[in-house]
Design a protein around this ligand. Structure first.
Ligand code: SAM
Length: 303
């Protein structure tokens, strides 16, 4: 183990004269109990490959490296890469990629590193994602990992507490974010993490969110693009009745929207936040059937 391996993020910042960049969401988690809990929540085994998003100065990476067989950590801040490589120099199962996670394929990032060691590794081997996410790209990262060609089997993510609550919401409080995550995964909040566990201290608490990916999307038999065209239309006008938001979002008449909603057994005066995922599924089926019948030539947004 090199000396740097034992250095705390604080010591590393001082030694390398680094300042943390707010623009990159650099709120480091410095509480080791919480760091260990996050890694433990991913149920890691020596056979597991883990993708870490934003290793920062490697505090969570250490916890992951102690439990998983392979860790690939993708970091956007070029200044941190040499420090990370030096710290983990004696741990060949850990590798660092300098990239924007939103611009690379998550599964390919893991595979490219794995194949260097095991040339016969299959291209879609299962992997898990663990991250203390930069707040400014939480929704984008969620979409990126859930919608990619080979999503992870599991993700354990530290996100703002309020965002975690929105993700696990039930009908009555649903949002586009909740539907988007629950279409692909079963989300659970595992633990609240106080703002004081971070450096620098953010304004709000965070929560550890675990996403168990579903074997197949929650609504079988519909294309995600069609499902989300309907859901986006439903949420396009906040707190409006569905007959209004759907007709505006899908460029149709209110009468047409009423017909779709009745056919799906949904009261047109309900609001988008009250619908369950199966109800969005039924609605997508009725809209799709109408388009299939050629009755709605003006559904330009239904792509
Ligand atoms: N993992 C460390 C921890 O728990 O203390 C740092 C977490 S910090 C909240 C987020 C990290 O993500 C920072 O190191 C930041 O530079 C990095 N980051 C920000 N945007 C990124 C992006 N688009 N792709 C990859 N890493 C990113």
């Amino acid at each position: 183990m090199s000396n740097d391996t034992l250095s705390s993020p604080l010591e590393l910042l001082r030694r390398h004269k680094l300042d943390l960049k707010k623009s990159l969401g650099q709120n480091l988690l410095i509480d080791t109990t919480h760091l260990a809990r996050i890694a433990a929540a991913a149920d890691l085994a020596p056979t597991d490959s883990v993708l870490e998003i934003g290793p920062g100065l490697g505090a969570l990476t250490h916890q992951l490296a102690a439990r998983a067989g392979r860790v690939v950590a993708v970091e956007l801040d070029q200044r941190l890469i040499p420090i990370l490589r030096q710290q983990f120099a004696d741990q060949p199962q850990v590798s660092f990629v300098h990239a924007d996670i939103l611009k690379i394929d998550p599964a390919e990032a893991v595979h490219a590193q794995t194949v260097a060691e095991q040339p016969t590794a299959p291209p879609s081997s299962p992997y898990k994602v663990v991250a203390n996410l930069p707040y400014y790209i939480t929704s984008a990262v969620l979409r990126h990992i859930l919608e990619c060609a080979h999503p992870p089997v599991l993700a354990v993510l530290l996100v703002q507490h309020e965002v975690a609550q929105r993700i696990v919401a039930q009908p009555g409080d649903m949002s586009l974010l909740a539907v988007s995550v629950q279409f692909y995964a079963h989300p659970r909040i595992l633990k609240r993490v106080p703002a004081g566990a971070f450096l620098p201290r953010p304004k709000v608490d965070s929560s550890v969110l675990r996403l168990d990916l579903l074997q197949q999307p929650a609504v079988p038999g519909v294309a995600p693009s069609q499902f989300f065209a309907v859901v986006r239309a439903g949420f396009s006008q906040r707190r409006k009745q569905l007959r209004n938001s759907l007709s505006a979002g899908l460029a149709s008449t209110k009468q047409q929207a009423d017909q779709w909603l009745h056919a799906a057994d949904i009261d047109p005066s309900r609001r988008a936040e009250t619908l369950s995922i199966p109800e969005w599924g039924r609605l997508t089926h009725t809209v799709r059937s109408a388009i299939g019948d050629g009755k709605n030539a003006n559904l330009g947004n239904f792509a």
